[in-house]
Design a protein around this ligand. Structure first.
Ligand code: F6R
Length: 608
């Protein structure tokens, strides 16, 4: 969602804010703005469009000041115009506020304020909050923010400054991530650490309901009722190079190519080959706890939901536990049947997705054990679950999720090993899976080394307006994920289906203009998928097949093929998705799309 950065210290704020926003731009990029306290009042500059448009404005006029806030927006209330861009100011023009999230009772508050003579310049809920802080202001910004927040419903990460208090920045969170960067005589707030990493690695993660007050002398954390809270200072381990493009044309491409390492990192330290199992102590589940679990619900959104589906196949097949996969947005509102013998697994790259977080909270409220498969260390989901596995895939900046997906599948395989070995999975089967897992990084590399073959495929098909992705069994979710990747970055309409389901409707779409991507490795359902390929061919569809070496049957039928190395059936998704990620990437580049910042999307969806 939106990106937030704030600064209090001895240096000029504007450059620091823009640098922070540049790193946060992947969270939202339809407009941006900054506000600084320049000694005589507030200076606010904002602009619709990409951050570069704001930078252009700032070349004409760069406000001076050493306390400031900056924001990059992903519109929720009102279109992405300059007027709707943050910061928003209150009625007096003294208070400026930036906000990530949604204020649900903004309409009602606005009505009351309008009756009191307030006029609003934007369509945003954020401006209403700025006005409310202004109404509550009686000489202390800290108290005004606390009082205003007690009146609002909804989710927020906010940062606020006031020209009457030129040394103060107040920030608060409920449902949207926020952290404090502790520098040497300077302090930052940010919605994620990448914004401030070039200045400090020491951060304090705020929890829901907490506020921080930054001054030139330091900071303190409190709740809305003024109780001071002692918070630990954490050290960020990853460095700036990991979040920079490192010579690649796009973050997405870099992240696709990182997968030999990220896949290795996710399993590092977890595999116990001798015992044919995985050590996953972070789950905080004893053997007895695991044996008591009689049902698993996996909940997630988007790409993470697709990895969850793969987990369902793995866990049911090898651990013989009933598994249900549910969109987090549905789970939270449908009165789910969950008890203390249910394990609820939340999967989230960002660890901040609002629906997944709400689903986890709902599951906890109903007495379930919760675990999280999360990439971002210190994120809200990671901190709220009873246990979990960090993916260790490193920061994922490209909006389209790639390396997080393969790492999520690895993490699910680790859980499958651990649960399976306490149930039906033999030590030999366990060892076989571990060997399969260990071979994956090199196999992924082998595929990446042949990226030009995928680029050539993209060259043949980039003009298509539609595409169908078909797979069976554990590769059905791969079909869904391949289609999602294509549609989100190239804007080609693409659908994923279980291959046999095609006959029940989608087959009507097939003609000579319809590329149909089959995920067709030599697995237990290979014979069935060959028949499905025949059905498409018979109707003139152009088949692109992901196949294994030596599969002449598929080769004869397909218009184009890409060969992936062989692995265990249940691990094929990790190899099959790589050429599909590359295919989407090259098609999108060929169509001139902005791969890292596709339209209407944001990296982490912290609103419902
Ligand atoms: C797709 C994509 C989204 C996310 C979804 C969940 O490429 O990035 O579909 O997978 O928004 O996000 P996380 O995993 O952060 O909860």
């Amino acid at each position: 969602m939106c990106g937030i950065v704030g600064y209090v210290g001895p240096r000029q704020a504007v450059g620091l804010l823009i640098e922070g926003l540049r790193r946060l731009e992947y969270r939202g990029y339809d407009s941006s703005g900054i506000a600084v306290l320049n000694g005589s009042g507030l200076a606010v500059v904002k602009q619709s469009g990409k951050l570069s448009a704001l930078e252009q404005r700032l070349t004409e006029y760069t406000p001076k000041g050493t306390v400031g806030i900056g924001h990059t927006r992903w519109a929720t209330h009102g279109p992405p115009t300059t007027g709707n861009a943050h910061p928003h100011v209150d009625q007096s023009g003294k208070i400026a506020l930036i906000h990530n999230g949604i204020i649900e009772n903004a309409g009602a508050i606005k009505k009351v304020l309008e009756q009191r003579g307030h006029t609003f310049k934007s369509d945003t809920d954020t401006e209403v909050l700025a006005h409310l802080v202004g109404v509550c202001y009686r000489g202390s910004l800290e108290e005004a923010v606390a009082e205003a927040l007690r009146e609002v419903d909804g989710a927020y990460g906010i940062a606020v400054i006031c020209s009457d208090e030129p040394d103060v920045l107040v920030a608060a969170r409920k449902g949207s991530p926020l952290l404090v960067g502790v520098g040497d005589g300077e302090w930052f707030v940010a919605s994620d650490a990448s914004a401030i990493l070039s200045h400090t690695r020491s951060v304090v993660y705020l929890d829901d309901g907490e506020m921080v007050v930054l001054t030139r002398k330091g900071y303190h954390v409190r709740d809305l009722a003024a109780t001071r809270i002692e918070k630990p200072v954490n050290q960020i381990e990853w460095d700036l190079a990991t979040i920079e493009r490192g010579g690649y044309a796009h973050f997405m491409l870099k992240e696709i190519f990182e997968q030999p390492d990220t896949v290795r990192n996710t399993m590092r330290g977890h595999l116990l080959e001798e015992e044919g199992t995985a050590r996953v102590s972070g789950l905080n589940l004893t053997d007895d706890d695991i044996k008591r679990i009689n049902r698993i619900v996996i909940t997630a959104c988007g790409t993470s939901w697709h990895s969850a589906l793969i987990g369902e196949y793995m866990l049911e097949e090898l651990a013989r536990i009933p598994v249900e996969v549910e969109y987090a947005s549905e789970f939270r509102y449908r009165n789910p049947v969950v008890d203390d013998r249910t394990l609820v697994i939340g999967i989230s790259q960002s660890g901040e997705t609002a629906d997944t977080l709400a689903a986890i909270r709902e599951a906890k409220r109903r007495g379930a054990r919760t675990i999280g498969l999360v990439n971002v260390v210190g994120s809200t989901i990671a901190r709220e679950v009873d246990g979990g596995i960090y993916l260790h895939a490193g920061p994922e900046v490209g909006v389209a999720s790639t390396k997080a997906f393969t790492s999520q599948v690895i993490a699910l395989a680790l859980i499958t090993l651990r649960f399976g070995r306490l149930r039906n999975l033999s030590i030999l089967q366990g060892r076989q899976i571990i060997q399969g897992l260990r071979a994956l990084p090199e196999q992924v590399q082998e595929i990446l080394d042949r990226a030009p073959e995928v680029e050539a495929l993209a060259e043949r098909f980039w003009r298509s307006n539609n595409a169908l992705y078909l797979g069976r069994g554990v590769n059905f979710p791969v079909a869904l994920e391949g289609a999602l990747k294509l549609k989100e970055i190239s804007y080609i309409h693409a659908e994923g289906y279980p291959a046999a389901e095609m006959k029940h409707g989608p087959i009507a779409l097939i003609d000579e203009n319809m590329p149909v991507v089959f995920i067709a490795p030599k697995d237990a359902v290979h014979g069935k998928i060959v028949s499905n390929v025949e059905e498409v061919r018979a109707r003139g569809g152009q088949v692109i097949a992901i196949k294994n070496d030596g599969d002449d049957q598929i080769k004869r039928l397909a218009s184009a093929t890409f060969t992936i190395p062989e692995t265990l059936d249940l691990l094929t998704p990790i190899l099959a998705i790589i050429p599909l990620q590359l295919f989407s990437y090259y098609v999108a580049v060929r169509r001139g799309c902005n791969v890292d910042q596709p339209r209407n999307l944001a990296k982490s969806v912290t609103v419902e």
